[in-house]
Design a protein around this ligand. Structure first.
Ligand SMILES: O=C(O)COP(=O)(O)O
Ligand SMILES: [Mg+2]
Length: 228
């Protein structure tokens, strides 16, 4: 181990490690077509990513003043999930600098955990298809920790998935990296330092997310963490 200040890093998936926008947009648009709604361009879907697939679809339907009644929404959500389960790594790829940086972190014995609001099965399938699964000590998806007393998934922005990452990495010092306000809120709630991926699908300007640092490429991560 070098004098790198963290022994573990938690990493968001969509918009941080992987550019998944095109596959997510295709899945949303299949569901929107099913409901008779207009198609939404991928650039617009981008701002709807971060809270999980259900929230992404809800935002797309609401942007067209559509019905959010359970009997209208549920069938479209099912269409999205079915389509995405079969088409989730068609266009999705690591962002520039991701592979090199993960190699460098592995060489420094830094443990890596994926903490995503995607369903665990989707996230693990994508990482497997892209040949990246073995790089992570653990993967915590939006559904991995079950639901809280109100019936909501114990997912970001809650601290629970970050705490789970700390535990599963057996981390002494963990930092988190993510692209949305959910990521920053979850890291803050768990009291861990957080770096914002400014090149990702930020739901507000990256420097307004409240992170400790902002990077504009993934390969700026190691120096950014060293400077925290
Ligand atoms: O798919 C989403 O909406 C969120 O996924 P992420 O937590 O990996 O960004
Ligand atoms: Mg994200």
């Amino acid at each position: 181990m070098t004098d790198f200040p963290f022994d573990s890093i938690g990493l968001d998936l969509d918009g941080t490690l992987l550019d998944t926008k095109a596959d997510l947009a295709a899945a949303v648009n299949v569901a929107l077509a099913e409901g008779g709604y207009a198609q939404v361009p991928a650039e617009q879907v981008e701002g709807m990513i971060g809270g999980g697939a259900k929230m992404m679809l809800a935002r797309a339907i609401e942007s067209q003043g559509g019905s959010m009644a359970e009997e209208d929404f549920r069938p479209l959500y099912k269409v999205l999930l079915r389509y995405y389960s079969e088409n989730n790594a068609v266009h999705s790829r690591p962002f520039p600098g991701v592979i090199d940086t993960l190699d460098r972190l592995a060489a420094m014995d830094v443990k890596l955990a994926v903490v995503t609001n995607k369903f665990e099965s989707f996230a693990s399938g994508i990482l497997r298809q892209l040949g990246l699964a073995d790089r992570f000590v653990t993967l915590i998806g939006g559904d991995s920790l079950g639901r809280d007393a109100e019936g909501n998934f114990r997912a970001k922005p809650a601290a629970d998935p970050i705490h789970a990452a700390i535990e599963r990495c057996n981390a002494t010092r963990l930092a988190f990296v993510g692209d949305s306000s959910y990521d920053v809120m979850a890291a803050r709630a768990a009291d861990v330092p957080v770096v914002a991926a400014g090149y990702g699908y930020c739901d507000k300007p990256a420097d307004e997310l409240g992170a400790d640092a902002v990077i504009d490429r993934f390969d700026a991560l190691i120096p950014a963490l060293e400077a925290l």
